[in-house]
Design a binder for this molecule. Structure first.
Ligand SMILES: [Fe+2]
Ligand SMILES: [Fe+2]
Length: 143
């Protein structure tokens, strides 16, 4: 994952990576409960949904948009990732988040960490990191 590429040294990337750890832990609890036929863990769900919404907004307004603006990705290159954000949130809201959805979320996060995070640390400069940080703070202020 990100332990070898140094991207944790970039604060906005470190922030998204820290979110991923919490998101996967909470999502894992929901998936395990669903597979075991237990009642949904309301505390986990109610922490996860707002975190997912703000995390997705940060990526869509920050990381994805900046990689496209920098010319490092084509317009629309991350539409599938944005669609996956909606799918994960919809599945949790509908109470149908099981192992398959958890695997899909793991793949989504792996694509971001192995692909987009690494690309951003290679191509972004100080100005781009500032714009990414501003995008994150705008999302925090709105949520
Ligand atoms: Fe994402
Ligand atoms: Fe993410």
């Amino acid at each position: 994952m990100c332990d070898h590429c140094g991207c944790r040294e970039y604060p906005p990337i470190a922030e998204l990576t820290a979110d991923h750890v919490v998101i996967l832990e909470l999502a894992g609890r929901l998936a395990a409960d669903a597979e075991a036929g237990r009642h949904v863990d309301v505390e986990a769900r109610d922490r996860l949904l707002p975190l997912l919404r703000s995390h997705a907004a940060k990526e869509e307004l920050g990381l994805y948009a900046l990689l496209i603006a920098q010319g490092e990705a084509e317009e629309g290159a991350y539409d599938h990732l944005e669609g996956e954000h909606r799918e994960v949130i919809d599945a949790i809201e509908a109470g149908r988040f099981g192992h398959l959805e958890h695997y899909a979320l793991q793949r989504h996060i792996e694509e971001e960490e192995e692909g987009l995070f690494t690309r951003s640390t290679f191509w972004f400069d100080g100005d781009t990191w500032d714009r990414m940080t501003e995008a994150h703070r705008r999302v925090d202020a709105a949520t």
